[in-house]
Design a binder for this molecule. Structure first.
Ligand code: KIV
Ligand code: ZN
Length: 562
């Protein structure tokens, strides 16, 4: 690559020495304006048809967006038709304002006025380019020429507005000095002030001044300085609503938007998932959910993010990337074993402390808040540690494996991932668990059994008597024993048999729901004659029988291992 110094002119920061925005935090959401149907649409390979636009419009309304730029009605027939379909089809709720974009050119402004007939709430958004670069290479004009274009447009708009206002339409105005980011700040202030005056803006009838980073060409902190400077210098500040319209050419659209809000912006033009020209507009979902995770209600509803993504992908024919914040397929998945362990511990911590606060490492948000399932949080691959498989068993299937069993089961799962070379789905992990611990009915098998419980010896203790029929390969034999509980009675019953070389170490039992049924699962830890630990698992409707099945499972596993 050639020396960039010889090719690229770096952005000139405005040299502001105080950065008041830097010490602030976001405490409330901006007024949101969606530009999906305009900036988002104009940048599609295959722009949306009227039906697709209508579906996206209704989705935006359901999310709670109250200002929606619906197009550029003077630019094409489809745009005009869509606007008429919206108005004539009564698709616009009373509390939603539609916004129409138009260049600061007289004949286009006139056509736009025709298109808004019958709408209840309208923002007329006009713009012209103001940056140093555009003046030099596109318009070949000085700043006064650019100011004249904006002021003449404002004059015409004010003139044409009266009949519309008289007809009862709530018509407001928005002006964008397009390519604001690359405009000298004093020039940007001057042109916006002239427009405010020409439109007769007052504190009661504010005009939206939309300050776009049409092409993102500076760092977010430099942009925040521009916004803070602009606001400080604007004479009629109280007659304006300061809006932003960040694009994402440097991949910093979200940061630019957030710092701009700190600097005093009050309104945000954005799109779902950051669709828009080139690298896109700023992503409304990320911005809103970033606020949400800081305890600030964004006043937008993304509680069913998959559904919103489905609509978006269908109508725009764009794809949401697998790592897109809050929505991508992989964003609630932890592959690393240490991450999985920490997530597991975070969830257990919250349960143990009955805490409502989300304190789970590696998951900045509860997936359930955006309607995502808890199950696919962890997938198991060869990089996963011992805790991951146990986590899946607990969260997907309700099996709370004792800690001592985690390494052994983790090893079984790890072995399988090495063999298949891909990640394992939860269902396969469950199968491995059943194969390894539950479905082992040979060489020993309990054919019949009965328990008899007698209460109250001299110490008030109950006694359990177990008798059963066992099979070992082709041999069937009867056993009988007594103890202070089912496990004790069983061990006493098999005393003298070959199974006798196992000693009981530990046991854990809990209920699991299987369909409408409740079952008991017992995890048994035994030690064989050589001191080696062996685990078994028994599942049964009968809570006395589940541990016995677990003991036989452990013995069978040990015998089969030899
Ligand atoms: O990016 C931009 O500057 C625009 C304007 C028309 C607001 O889309
Ligand atoms: Zn734009």
């Amino acid at each position: 690559m050639i020396d960039p110094k010889s090719k690229y002119i770096p952005f000139q920061p405005i040299g502001k020495s105080d950065h008041r925005w830097a010490d602030k935090v976001i405490t409330h959401p901006p007024v949101w304006c969606s530009v999906d149907l305009r900036d988002g649409n104009q940048s599609l390979i295959d722009p949306m048809n009227v039906e697709e636009k209508l579906e996206l419009f209704h989705t935006l309304v359901d999310i709670g967006v109250k200002e929606i730029e619906v197009g550029f009605p003077s630019a094409s027939e489809v745009e005009y038709e869509f606007l008429r379909a919206l108005i004539d089809g009564h698709h616009i709720p009373d509390d939603v304002t539609i916004q129409m974009l138009v260049q600061a050119r007289p004949h286009l402004i006139r056509k736009t006025f025709e298109a808004m007939d019958g709408a209840k709430n309208v923002i007329l958004h006009f713009y012209n380019s103001t940056s140093t670069l555009q003046r030099k290479v596109v318009f070949h004009t000085d700043m006064q020429g650019v100011i004249d274009i904006a002021v003449d447009a404002a004059h015409l708009i004010r003139e044409l507005s009266q009949p519309i206002l008289d007809s009862g339409t709530n018509l407001r105005f928005e002006y964008s000095p397009e390519s604001f980011m690359g405009t000298e700040m004093d020039n940007a202030v001057e042109i916006c002030q002239c427009v405010l005056e020409e439109l007769g803006a007052t504190p009661e009838r504010k005009v939206i001044l939309n300050l776009p980073s049409t092409v993102e060409n500076c760092m977010p902190n430099q942009f925040a300085d521009e916004i803070e400077y602009f606001i400080d210098k604007l004479p009629s500040r109280d007659c304006a609503i300061i809006s932003m319209h960040p694009h994402n050419d440097r991949g910093e659209g979200v940061a630019t938007a957030e710092m701009g809000l700190l600097a005093g912006a009050e309104r945000m033009e954005a799109t779902l998932f950051g669709n828009g020209e080139r690298t896109g507009n700023v992503d409304m979902v990320t911005l809103a959910m970033n606020m949400y995770t800081q305890g600030v209600d964004p006043c937008l509803d993304f509680s069913d993010i998959n559904q919103i993504r489905n609509v978006y992908e269908r109508v725009t024919k764009m794809k949401v990337g697998p790592r897109q914040p809050y929505v991508g397929e992989l964003v609630f998945t932890a592959f690393s074993g240490s991450h999985q362990d920490a997530i597991n511990k975070g969830v257990q911590y919250m349960q143990a402390h009955k805490s409502n606060f989300w304190e789970v490492p590696y998951l900045p948000i509860d997936p359930a808040d955006v309607g995502r399932q808890y199950e696919p949080i962890i997938r198991i691959n060869s990089q996963s540690g011992k805790g991951g498989a146990a986590f899946i068993m607990q969260h997907n299937f309700g099996f709370d494996l004792p800690k001592a069993m985690h390494p052994e089961f983790g090893h079984i799962v790890q072995h399988e991932t090495d063999v298949v070379g891909t990640e394992l789905k939860p269902e396969r992990i469950y199968e491995l668990f059943r194969d390894a611990y539950v479905d082992i009915s040979a060489p020993y098998c309990l054919l019949r059994h009965s328990f008899h419980e007698s209460t109250g010896d001299e110490q008030g203790q109950s006694r359990v008597c177990f008798s059963g029929t066992l099979r070992h390969k082709d041999t069937v034999f009867e056993v009988r024993g007594e103890g202070n509980g089912p496990i004790d009675a069983f061990f006493n019953a098999i005393h003298g048999q070959k199974m006798d070389r196992f000693t009981f170490v530990d046991y854990k039992e809990h209920a699991i729901q299987s369909g409408s049924d409740s079952m008991a699962v017992a995890y048994i830890q035994l030690r064989d004659g050589k001191g080696k630990n062996v685990f078994g698992v028994g599942i049964d409707h009968n809570i006395n029988l589940a541990p016995l099945r677990g003991i036989i499972s452990a013995i069978n596993r040990s015998v089969l291992e030899k």
